[in-house]
Design a binder for this molecule. Structure first.
Ligand code: ADP
Ligand code: PLP
Length: 264
């Protein structure tokens, strides 16, 4: 079994964050390890994020990278510039597939991101990535472009690629309007549209984390990038289809939904 790592935050409601990543890694028969950056609590009217001290994150990175052969890694919520810098330092000296989910906008709203963090993300982390997976709003932040249609998604993907990240998938999801959820995948010069029917009133918290974690697991198992992303799109659609209303207000994707699809 291949070892895969997530460097991300905890989501106590378990829709997104390392919880979604580890469930996805498990579902896809990879061995999931984690380096925790921060602890997020989704409360009725606010998000509270507590960043772990740099030493705590650095020790976890040492524990994982010094002892375990990792096949692929994803980054999710890093939380601040120090955490991003620590992740970059580790990833620079490794030769593995790196999936960067540039988490800056949750379903509940945008996070506070400093200009220094955005610059470091663009200049130091993205050039180390095999692929990055921004949602529509994150793609706007990274590209500096407004995105309201598919042409603009392609232009933004090219702009992000020009930052030094060879492959980009922008998740249109439910933010673009219409009856399909279109994701724009740019591999080299080739644009591929990945589409699936929009699920209305979906339990979609954790969809982005699940998508990038599925790409990471498939790359670890040796799948080519186009196939890995195409698979991840089907996987996350199943996870949304079988999403769980864990409370009156909160609906989470369920990565186990894929199992229901393949055993049908
Ligand atoms: N309501 C929906 N119906 C179908 N697919 C969706 C829906 N919402 C999101 N997706 C898909 O789920 C994946 C994650 O997208 P999105 O939810 O936009 O990311 P994020 O969680 O980073 O905001 C993408 O493949 C997107 O197209
Ligand atoms: C720690 C953490 N990372 C990432 C996310 C983003 O999740 P999603 O996959 O819905 O974008 C969340 C959402 O609550 C979170 O708490």
């Amino acid at each position: 079994m291949e070892n895969v790592l997530t460097i991300a935050g905890s989501d106590s409601l378990a829709g997104g964050g390392i919880q979604a990543d580890l469930k996805t890694f498990e579902e896809l028969h990879t061995f999931g390890l984690s380096v925790l950056t921060s602890v997020v609590s989704v409360l009725p009217d606010e998000l509270k994020a507590f960043q772990l001290p740099a030493e705590v994150m650095a020790t976890q990175l040492t524990s994982v990278f010094d002892q375990v052969p990792i096949k692929a890694v994803k980054t999710g919520l890093l939380g601040n510039l120090t955490a991003l810098t620590l992740a970059v330092k580790c990833l620079r000296s490794s030769q593995i597939s790196v999936v960067v989910d540039p988490v800056m906008v949750f379903k509940e709203g945008p996070l506070q991101v400093t200009p220094e963090y955005l610059t470091a993300l663009k200049e130091t982390l993205l050039p180390l990535a095999t692929i990055t997976t921004p949602n529509l709003l994150e793609a706007q932040q990274l590209s500096g472009l407004t995105i309201t249609n598919r042409e603009q998604m392609v232009a933004a993907a090219r702009q992000i690629q020009a930052l030094g990240c060879p492959n980009v998938v922008i998740k249109g999801g439910s933010r673009l309007g219409g009856s399909v959820a279109p994701d724009c995948l740019l591999i080299g010069d080739d644009v591929t549209w990945l589409e699936a029917p929009i699920i209305l009133n979906a339990a979609s918290d954790g969809a982005g984390c699940t998508f990038s974690a599925a790409i990471t697991a498939q790359l670890a198992k040796g799948q080519e990038l186009l196939e890995a992303v195409t698979f991840a799109k089907k996987f996350v659609h199943a996870a949304i289809t079988h999403g769980v209303a864990i409370s009156h207000d909160y609906g989470s994707v369920w990565p186990g939904g894929w199992h229901q699809v393949v055993t049908k």
